[in-house]
Design a protein around this ligand. Structure first.
Ligand code: C5J
Length: 221
């Protein structure tokens, strides 16, 4: 597949490429979750759902591998360092009970992927205790087993979990593309800066493209 991207065309064999949707979970996108308790306007993130849903549908129709991640901690918080739990003095901390259950705890209602992007059987779902999708997870091994060398990213938030995951992937040798209209930040200028950082210096972290370019490439397959 040839995807019209910046800083130059992203070439990826469909069977060696996974779509990775980062943390499209209720805790970040719906009112009452972790994102809102940190004082953010979650409506900004909700706006990318239609474009992300369209990509997911097209990718599934093409038979591509899908990976979903969730920022999720064990119920006993043994995988949540106090430094992370206490940071920022939010109204509700990780593990506290909010309107959608315990904040960022695996299995709680708020920790589920939003209904519009719910994983289907056979898709990989990774619970990650850190911001990056590779830290303390089995993601690399699962990608290796599936023969994956290229990753197409969407999800939230651009400059935190998406960018961290792309950097981790880049260091592990994956070629990575970020779909610009399938990612968002609570701070739009951070999103723009992250996109520019990723593709600067000849793609030092990876490539970026609008989702229309991916749809075009899939149709040309
Ligand atoms: C944050 C994330 N922002 N998924 N998590 O804490 O980006």
């Amino acid at each position: 597949m040839q995807i019209d991207a910046q800083p130059f065309t992203f070439t990826c064999p469909l069977e060696k490429t996974a779509l990775v949707l980062i943390d499209m979970q209720r805790d970040f996108i719906e009112p009452g979750g972790f994102g809102e308790t940190l004082g953010n306007n979650v409506a900004l993130l909700e706006a990318i759902v239609p474009a992300t849903q369209a990509v997911l549908k097209a990718w599934r129709a093409a038979g591509g591998l899908v990976v979903h991640t969730r920022e999720a901690h064990r119920a006993d918080l043994s995988d949540c360092p106090p430094a992370k739990r206490n940071r920022g003095n939010p109204k509700l901390r990780i593990g506290d009970v909010g309107p959608m259950g315990r904040i960022l705890v695996a299995g709680e209602p708020g920790n589920q992927i939003i209904a519009a992007l719910a994983p289907e059987p056979g898709e990989i779902v990774i619970d990650k205790p850190g911001k990056g999708a590779f830290y303390a997870t089995g993601l690399q091994e699962m990608l290796r087993k599936n023969g994956i060398s290229h990753l197409i990213f969407g999800g939230v938030t651009t400059e935190v979990c998406v960018q961290t995951s792309m950097r981790e992937a880049n260091d592990r040798g994956y070629d990575c593309l970020l779909l610009e209209d399938c990612t968002e930040s609570y701070f739009p200028h951070f999103k723009q800066a992250a996109i520019e950082m990723i593709r600067a210096q000849g793609g030092i972290v990876g490539w970026t493209a609008p989702s229309a370019a991916l749809h075009h490439a899939l149709q040309a397959q």
